[in-house]
Design a protein around this ligand. Sequence first.
Ligand code: GRF
Length: 205
Amino acid sequence: MKKLKLAVLASGRGSNLQALLDASESDRLNALIEVVVSDNPNAYALERARAKGVAAEVVQMPVSGDRDEHDLNILKALEKYNVEAVALAGYMRLAGPRLLKAFPNRIVNIHPALLPAFPGLDTHARALARGVKYSGCTVHFVDDGVDTGPIILQAAVPVLDDDNPESLAARILLEEHRIYPQALEYLAQGRLRIEGSRVRIVSSN
Ligand code: GRF
């Protein structure tokens, strides 16, 4: 089967990127990560890409702070790789209208909470403060809201009495590394059907 050509956008340490790179080398993810783009020149994600021989591009936010210009620069950086979908992996910026339009229903994100609970930042501290007994992670399509797009996959983990944000994050991260490649594999297999806010995973033929 033809491999899905993917770009990954990451701003930081890139452990989810690593999970995707590793999965794409096995039969768990039928995709080729063509390029990793970061808005942060010091992101360890860039090193991880280079270590696997994957192109690594830095596209910094313009000094003007103009988001649309930033999106345009990202699209320019992606042009020569002919990617079919974009995976956000710890990417600390919102995808603007220009990026969304270039990849309609082809941008996915991983979020470290059970959406629609705790969208945005500081999820683990907020989950602990709210006293939830389970948290987890969500892979979803990106739309024009903050972590509001149709949900593809989720995994739940228990919140323990002595958890702090770091221990909870670590437990959830293991699940992130499991479900993100799985969700992208469904995308690569063309098995995701978006119906309103719901995503149906249909059987492959
Ligand atoms: C992950 O928890 C992800 O869910 C969130 O940002 C974190 C990125 O971690 N969006 P990493 O850079 O993939 O290690």
